[in-house]
Design a protein around this ligand. Sequence first.
Ligand code: SF4
Length: 270
Amino acid sequence: MTRFPHHMTLELTAKCNFRCPYCYCVWHERPELAKPELDAAGWKRILDKCAADGVDEILFSGGEALLRKDLFEIIDYARHAMPEARLSLFTNASRLDESMIRKFKRRRVHLAASLQGLRTYAEMTGTRRSFRRLLAVVARAAELKWPISVSITVTRANMSEAADIFAAAALSGAKSIQLGPMMAGGRARTRPDLMITRGEWESVKESIRALPDGRVPYSFCDEFICECRTDLPDALREKWRDPNHKPCPAGRDFGAIGPNGRYRTCLHSL
Ligand code: SF4
């Protein structure tokens, strides 16, 4: 069996209460990758292997991991099996509240959330929700001294407000901010109209760099496609390949386990 790399993402469920048009989850292309979902006992076996293989970073994600009723049972098991590991959870934050933030803080589980838009939040999440609740949660987490990292996916719909989204996250107390363009994978494969060009992405980056220094660390992810995927049509690969692409460390430095317990080399690979 594959020895796990030191950084693993565990996709605890394919279920999600959002319908983001840019969603990269691979089961939107290959539903069998999400079925059947592992129960808590299955995840504990995976965590035992993580501990045995010396994994030192685990990111819990989904889908929306907070939809799992047994989430804290799994997290507590992970903390017990790997007392020194860095544990994090990625969430759309729709179910995150103060008591939950306190529970994560007690367990030393770092939090990251996606902020998909301001004016465009409903469109970008496929819901009727407003961004306001999420920013309030980010602000409360900062007050509780357990600040949340924010991730922003830039699409043709929210591109014009990308700098405003960034500023809103920074002013609300985000711990750090990561931005990247929508990638051609998962559900996003059905919405090529939402993808921005490389030139537009560079303009977005410039607009972020031009903002007054908010003392919030931030980073850009420049990928438009997962270049490891061998099934990509040539036209797609040609259109989006990165001329400066370096060999990807997927499978060596990091890996992922899907909702059904199957190992993949990264979130975007099959
Ligand atoms: S991107 Fe995240 S929040 Fe949006 S539909 Fe996919 S899993 Fe859910």
